[in-house]
Design a protein around this ligand. Sequence first.
Ligand code: CP
Length: 311
Amino acid sequence: MAKLNPFKNKDVILIKDFTRDDLFYLFQKADKIERMPERDRICLLNGKILGYLFFEPSTRTRLSFEAAMLWLGGRTLGFAEPKVSSVEKGESLADTIRTVENYVDVIVMRHSKDGAASFAAEIASKPLINGGSGTEEHPTQAMLDLYTIIKEKGSIDNLKIGLLGDLKYGRTVYSLLYGLSKFNVEVKLISHPILRVRREIFFDLEKKVKISEHDNLEEILPDLDVLYVTRIQKERFPDLSEYERVKSSYNVNLKILQKAKDDLIILHPFPRIDEISPEVDSSPHAKYFKQMLNGRILRSALLASILDVPF
Ligand code: CP
């Protein structure tokens, strides 16, 4: 019997709201959509509209959601920055959502405030996808990160996974950590001491997954199967002098990678600043551009599942 669609009409706010089985459902659908002949794929979301509300800048999340919708024959409307909407005149988030939901079938929203996505989902009568909320979560990034690990390594269980960089403010980190906690993995957190994972979250994760904290990338690198690199999130520091102290703390380059396993894969949600040297891009370790392509595939499967079209 076919598994019931766990994403049907669902909001996607936190990765915690989905089980390991739900994630595998999505990954199988993503594989299926990728293999689908164009003539079938292009009809899947015919007549459906995605609304995108981006209160913060984005390249990959917005464009890959748009690309996903167009890839399945749907359409999109929205704003890529609040300045061009009536938010600039003082309109509330609640009124913006109540307006847009009249025009679309599903909404993706990015916002600088923690809790904004949950708040908007409570207001919206249409499914709402969190495209990144403050320092809180970016659940669809974690879904595509996990999907990329499975595609590249065959499985997630039994891997040693290092997360490097800004582990305090990086929302992709929190979503990925909670996603990884559904698997049997060993997680190594590598950061400057002032950029450690926030304590309440670390203590919660400790109960769910084998996790440890480190300063030195070179010591940990030989052990790793996956290295997930993040940029230092300058815009989230309350004090810029603190940012100046920690910026450029780490740089992944070909020299350091001589210590890595041959089959280590490197992921990064991007944008990148200086934490991975461009010389790494052409090495067999670099999978971050494939990760971006997987973003469109995974988000296509997610949209088609939320809108519950048969495929
Ligand atoms: N990974 C990610 O969220 O990238 P953007 O900020 O460009 O959307």
